[in-house]
Design a protein around this ligand. Structure first.
Ligand SMILES: *Cc1c(COP(=O)(O)O)cnc(C)c1O
Length: 422
């Protein structure tokens, strides 16, 4: 029997509990949406204010002076993120956004040749990735309907690695896959898929939006060619936070498909030549001036990850998500819910994907009760207990609130439609 006392005991023994106090958590509200937009920490607020102060105090000289010199910030943050993706410091750069970085990496690494002209993705991936790939194919004069291959899901939730491997034919030039599927939370076996792609001479890149900061990665060891992600979900970098990209050092020297002066070797950039000398690092894939005020919160946010340790974060994440699933099975089995994420630890990411035909209006009722979930049409309630700031007691409360909503049919007073954002 999973009782409130059990949750309280888990909280007491939680080795990450001290980090909760570092976040702005609203009283009388339970935030279960850290996989969409992570919460503000006091440290992220501090480093943002420090950058503002550098502007105030130094003006233009803030690029090279002050507390966090802006000229080197993207490289510095790359170094801080590198351990979270399993890369060398110079293989990671904080720049652009998820979609822009995907465009850059496809422009750089998609080189259709002979019969190898197609791009392989999957039918459950995030729409922005698909739009980017379709437009990149059009730029090359290919029809996305024939040249973008989307591996089918057998059940609408998951993508089987065997099916992806089978689709790695000699017509494929490039593979783009998510590390974790944004709806079902399934982790793809990146190591296996990368080995299979490498063996066939196909380049492979991953969208890490839903795994960065939630699970450890070993991109370099696995031989992943490149990856890209946003820093505003599990990494708590703030709304519109600057994104990240990884390029395997074996590709250093590959000319950026979309060039710009911030991709220069640092010491050459201000020579102002009309001939680009790219950095010999992932820095080469930057384009223009970074959004400094959307970089600086990450300095504080990432300190927390370094202190907590990604292995510890993953361990708690698995445990607290398991606890949520166990509670759902114990208390909500009569109400028509289905757990739509993988059950095995090695296959599940950082959130629980709860399916229900009334999902949209159940989410509205949850909000009315002070719980912040997120809804993904047509029928998914995503609930993300976050290792750094969600307590077991909160998870227990969320399930009790859900049970009350279902028992009293509180959702019936809302329309079963999504709002503008979710
Ligand atoms: C959140 C997310 C994005 C968002 O892309 P932006 O360019 O940051 O708007 C892209 N892909 C996936 C898988 C996501 O989860």
């Amino acid at each position: 029997m999973l009782t409130l006392e059990y949750a309280q005991l888990q909280d007491k023994e939680d080795s990450l509990k001290r980090f909760r106090e570092e976040f702005y958590i609203k009283p009388n509200s339970i935030y279960m949406d850290g996989n969409s937009l992570g919460l503000l920490s006091k440290r992220a607020e501090r480093t943002l204010l420090e950058s503002l102060n550098d502007w105030k105090e130094h003006g233009i000289d803030g690029w090279t002076n002050g507390k966090h010199p802006w000229f080197f910030l993207s490289e510095k943050l790359g170094e801080m993120i590198a351990p979270l993706v399993g890369a060398a410091a110079n293989e990671v750069i904080v720049t652009g956004s998820t979609t822009v970085n995907l465009h850059q990496l496809v422009a750089t690494f998609y080189k259709p040749e002979g019969t190898r002209t197609k791009i392989l993705a999957d039918e459950l991936t995030f729409p922005s990735d698909i739009y980017a790939l379709q437009s990149q194919l059009r730029i090359h004069g290919f029809d996305p309907d024939t040249h973008l291959i989307r591996v089918k899901s057998r059940d609408g939730r998951f993508i089987e690695e065997e099916d992806i491997i089978e689709a790695m034919t000699d017509e494929i030039a490039l593979i783009i896959l998510p590390t974790v599927l944004y709806r079902s939370g399934q982790i793809l076996d990146m190591k296996r898929l990368t080995a299979e792609a490498n063996r066939r001479g196909i380049l492979i890149g991953f969208d890490g939006c839903h795994s960065i900061g939630a699970i450890p990665h070993s991109f370099s060891e696995w031989g992943v060619d490149f990856a890209y992600w946003c820093n505003y979900k599990h990494l708590n970098g703030g709304p519109g936070s600057v994104g990240g990209l990884y390029v395997n050092s074996k590709h250093f020297g590959t000319a950026p498909g979309l060039a710009g002066w911030f991709g220069s070797k640092k010491e050459k950039q201000f020579d102002m030549e009309h001939y680009l000398t790219p950095a010999d690092s992932a820095g080469a894939y930057q384009i223009g001036t970074p959004h400094v005020l959307s970089l600086s919160p990450l300095l504080g946010a990432l300190e927390i990850f370094a202190e907590a340790g990604i292995e510890n974060i993953r361990a708690k994440s698995l445990n607290i998500n398991q606890y949520l699933m166990d509670l759902i099975n114990q208390d909500l089995h009569d109400f028509g819910f289905t757990i739509g994420n993988p059950i095995d630890d090695i296959r599940r990411g950082g959130h629980v994907s709860l399916e229900h035909k009334e999902a949209a209006r159940i989410c509205k009722a949850l909000k009315e009760n002070g719980v912040i979930p997120d809804f993904r049409a047509p029928n998914i309630i995503r609930l993300a207990p976050v290792a750094l700031y969600t307590s077991y007691t909160e998870v227990w409360e969320v399930v009790q609130i859900l049970k009350k909503i279902m028992t009293e049919k509180q959702y019936e007073k809302f329309k079963n439609e999504r709002e503008v954002v979710a």
